[in-house]
Write a new protein. Sequence first.
Length: 307
Amino acid sequence: MQTLADALSETLQLAWIAGQRGAMHDLSCADSPTGGASLVNHLNLINPCAIQIIGPLELSHLTALAQTDRAESIQRLFTHALTVILSDGVVAPPVLRDAADRHAVALFGTPLDGEKILVHLRRFLSEALAERATVHGVCLEVLGIGVLLTGASNVGKSELALELVTRGHRLIADDAPEFARITPDTLQARCPAVLQYLLEVRGLGLLNVRAMYGDNAVKQTKNLRLVIELRHTAPTPTDLVRLHGTYDECTILGITVPVIVIHVAPSRNVAVLVEAAVRKHLLHETGYDAADDLARRQLKLIEAQHP
């Protein structure tokens, strides 16, 4: 709970009221079959969550219960919950303070309304408790989408990343970007804290991209939508590859991500090719493919010539 309090105390204007011994609880140990968002909800004594929000209506319900029923409800609440948050500036009754201290359950208060608390907590928990994996490569934001550059260790990923940064794109993470599965079909990329803003370039050593190029040259997080694999050698292309390019797929944390292969050679401007690959991918997501467009034009021409 201490991690949650540290991360959201300012955003949610949290005040720790009672149950300070609850700081030792770890939400990652809570039962959450459907993900972090299911760990938090408004007061529910039938299917209790790890984090429960009590507003004026919920407190009125508890207060209106007969003494025995109220005691049983409060006992059930603090037996299952790891944290209780009083919303809308609700003043904690002594019975809730005592129960929080007795059960070592963190009791917070905030002037914010319950729905706003729910939105922030679900977003925070989805990211904090998401599955994570580290993939070798360089992750950037290129033309507004998250792109992972992969390839052999000497293929020039970092040099390419540096050139893309100078062209106005943003570095997320070099060498060991971390990916979190924040929804069933969304991978969020971020940089480990120890490597933040750093880019290693052969011959230059470590560069602090933020210090050199400013805040606009870096990005904290971005959802991954495309992998670009750099290869040294290019096989003799077939007609199909010449028209459509070299495509593949990879799987990260169970999510399939499209891969575009770019062959690296001294005469090729790889940064321009990466930008073109991203633009082509964005068009492909809208349903447009230049090779298919050419095929349709040829078919129309043939039909016109042979009605």
